[in-house]
Write a protein that binds this ligand. Structure first.
Ligand SMILES: [Mg+2]
Length: 378
């Protein structure tokens, strides 16, 4: 089997974060610019991938990824056998960074391998270690306390058992009031977490953690800046709650340093950040060796990359879905879709597809209807 063509399609998808109209988005996107990658072969099989990098997260853009793939990466894959996934990845190795763009190609290669063998990617990773139904975590935007509590009440009624509040965008007292009202709205059984996205200093994080103790917060995600692993380690030494590292960990070297510093209790992982599904398995294995649990995080993927995350979640024991619900939020935040099979979300539960490869089949007419070649801010 040989790769004959790599097709990239930019699409623009509306996002509904279910918090009503938000005047100040505080950097949260309400439209996704996503690049769909299709690797075509002479065997008639096509592999699917997705790039959803963003300037604030990975420093990438849809249009930059398209140029990188078309001009630098795709030419190195044409004529290669996509089933030799690691061989193909070696051919891409000399491009630095751009983890989301490389992940988009890698998931398409693994999708092709799965399709060629007529087996799901979770089987290629060693098979299921848990049910194909995994719990999800609902993220509430930094809206006011009353609005936060209303969203929490609503999504809890829909079936979400874990809720995350985005914090660190407003004064701490405001966030604490949000957490207090959300806890009051959903009761003691719901798991609450907070994600500061690096919005606190070390001192602020320590103070926040002490205040959050009374609201029974399961863990605090990325309290300090992504580049301050020493600061994260200091917070961890001085607070009682577990800490999750998210945007601090892109590469295996990031993970190695985080583990050596004992800077986090949990590491958030997903293919885009780490440059693919296989690279994610390597980081999860490093964490397992160090006794650190992993959880599935998110950069608001669409349906193809969401499926890649879901296959990892059910195949790796150290992705502790039972304790730490997965952030596979794209399937229910994006309002337009172009797939005929894929992840199914019911309430707060996602069912991982069991078709070959990623288990996602595209409706190309729908995809073309969502196509948007304009190079413009999202
Ligand atoms: Mg996060």
């Amino acid at each position: 089997m040989k790769i004959t063509r790599i097709r990239t399609t930019p699409v623009r998808i509306p996002v509904d974060r279910r918090v009503g109209t938000v005047a100040d988005t505080k950097g949260f996107r309400f439209t996704s610019r996503i690049l769909v990658v299709e690797i075509e072969t002479d065997a008639g099989l096509t592999g699917l991938g997705e790039v959803n990098g963003s300037p604030d997260w990975s420093g990438e853009t849809c249009d930059g990824a398209q140029a990188l793939i078309e001009q630098h990466l795709a030419p190195r894959l044409l004529g290669e056998d996509p089933r030799q996934v690691r061989h193909c990845l070696e051919r891409l190795r000399r491009v630095f960074g751009n983890s989301f763009a490389r992940a988009g190609l890698e998931m398409a290669l693994l999708d092709l391998l799965g399709r060629a063998l007529d087996t799901p990617i979770y089987q290629l990773l060693g098979g299921l270690v848990r049910s194909r139904e995994i719990p999800l975590r609902f993220p509430i935007m930094p809206v006011g306390p009353t609005a936060s509590a209303e969203v929490a009440r609503r999504v809890h009624a829909e079936g979400f058992q874990t809720i995350k509040l985005k914090v660190g965008h407003d004064p701490l007292e405001h966030d604490l009031e949000r957490v207090r009202q959300v806890r009051e709205a959903v009761g003691p059984a719901v798991r609450l977490t907070v994600d500061a996205n690096g919005g606190w200093s070390v001192d602020e994080a320590i103070r926040a953690a002490r205040e959050l103790e009374r609201h029974d917060v399961l863990f605090i995600e990325q309290p300090v800046h992504r580049l301050d692993l020493d600061g994260l380690a200091e917070v961890r030494r001085r607070v009682a709650q577990p800490l999750m590292a998210d945007e601090a960990i892109f590469t295996p070297q990031d993970a190695q340093r985080c583990l050596a510093l004992r800077a986090a209790d949990i590491i958030s992982v997903y293919p885009g950040k780490h440059g693919g599904i296989l690279a994610t398995t390597e980081i999860v294995a490093m964490c397992e060796t160090a006794g650190v649990r992993c959880a599935i995080g998110s950069n608001l993927e669409w349906d193809i990359a969401s499926s890649a995350m879901a296959h990892l979640a059910v195949a790796l024991p150290n992705i502790a879905c039972e304790q730490y619900a997965a952030d596979i939020i794209g399937p229910f935040f994006h309002t337009r879709h172009a797939h005929t099979t894929g992840c199914v979300v019911t309430g707060g539960t996602l069912t991982v597809p069991d078709g070959p490869g990623l288990g996602v089949n595209l409706d190309r007419d729908q995809l073309e209807a969502l196509r948007d070649d304009r190079v413009a801010p999202a």
